[in-house]
Design a protein around this ligand. Structure first.
Ligand code: NAD
Length: 265
């Protein structure tokens, strides 16, 4: 299967190239970056820290979508919008890892998914997808007296907050309580904010160093506290999951799929 990567010179892009090279049945068929990127023309094997493969980094996303079976996109929201339109026009499978999309951008993806198979996940690790299931179960089992707080920490380069994974964990908790996250999310606390509102789902964000991604969901109840934590030690877990999603997506009908669909949860 021919897999292409957009944002191929980014932190995740390079990991994705290496993961494709190591995956059975997958070949690196192309890599694209924003025009003017300093690595333009560099061999994709070298970008991934491997032997050269004779395919170089370009800025031609259209040609990539026309010539591969699936494209993996871990870039920035505005670029992901352009790639969703290319997937829509070409019918090429698209795996989206980019986080921080707003509601209008999410609509664009949903429209594109009526023409092409699209997998979208805030987190492609198996562990976080299991965690989401556990959080939903715990939220369903515990009464509202157990305050739900979600704490996340990432490296200092990360541009969106709370992380897409923290929000996905919030969605899982809200689903367990049969409420909409938008109605109960408390993302900013500063100054005299008064007592905590019962039923809210709170978020706290830490940024620093080279932390790949830590998430803790707390259920703080009367006299006891449950904490469920996931710590990512390497970006490889996301890259391997995304390549698995790409191989899975190629034979699917158009539609918007999640990592849970890919894993069969
Ligand atoms: P990064 O800044 O290292 O990489 C992003 C790359 O996209 C850069 O190389 C940039 O030049 C490139 N880019 C920007 N505009 C482009 C365009 N128009 N065409 C092609 N490439 C373009 O960031 P990163 O740490 O690799 O993270 C990328 C995204 O992936 C973020 O939104 C992050 O939150 C998300 N992420 C998701 C998961 C997951 O499992 N879903 C895991 C890690 C990171």
């Amino acid at each position: 299967m021919k897999i292409g990567v957009v944002g191929a010179a980014g932190r995740m892009g390079r990991m994705l190239l290496a993961a494709i090279a190591n995956a059975d049945g997958a070949v690196i068929a192309g890599g694209v970056e924003a025009s003017g990127h300093p690595d333009m023309g560099t061999d994709l094997g070298a970008l991934a820290g491997l032997e050269p493969i004779g395919v170089v980094l370009t800025s031609d996303a259209q040609a990539l979508f026309d010539n591969v079976d699936a494209v993996i996109d871990f870039t920035v929201p505005v670029a992901t919008m352009a790639h969703a339109v290319l997937a829509k026009n070409s019918g090429t499978a698209l795996v989206i890892g980019t986080t921080g999309l707003d509601a209008a951008q999410q609509n664009t993806i949903e429209t594109a998914a009526t023409f092409a198979p699209i997998v979208q996940a805030a987190n492609y690790s198996v562990g976080v997808n299991v965690l989401q299931g556990l959080v939903e179960q715990a939220a369903r089992a515990l009464p509202d007296a157990y305050d739900i707080e979600i704490l996340e920490m990432h490296h200092h380069h990360k541009i969106d907050a709370p992380s897409g994974t923290a929000l996905a964990l919030g969605e899982a908790a809200a689903m367990g309580r049969d409420v909409r996250l938008d109605d109960v999310a408390d993302k900013v606390r500063d100054g005299i904010i008064g007592p905590r509102k019962s039923g809210d789902i709170g978020f706290a964000t830490l940024r620093g160093g080279d932390v790949v991604g830590d998430h803790t969901v707390m259920f703080a109840g009367p006299g006891e506290r449950i904490e469920i934590t996931h710590k990512a030690a390497s970006r490889e877990i996301f890259a391997n999951g995304a390549v698995r999603a790409a191989l899975w997506s190629i034979v699917r009908k158009p539609g918007l799929y999640s990592m849970k669909d890919v894993l069969g949860f």
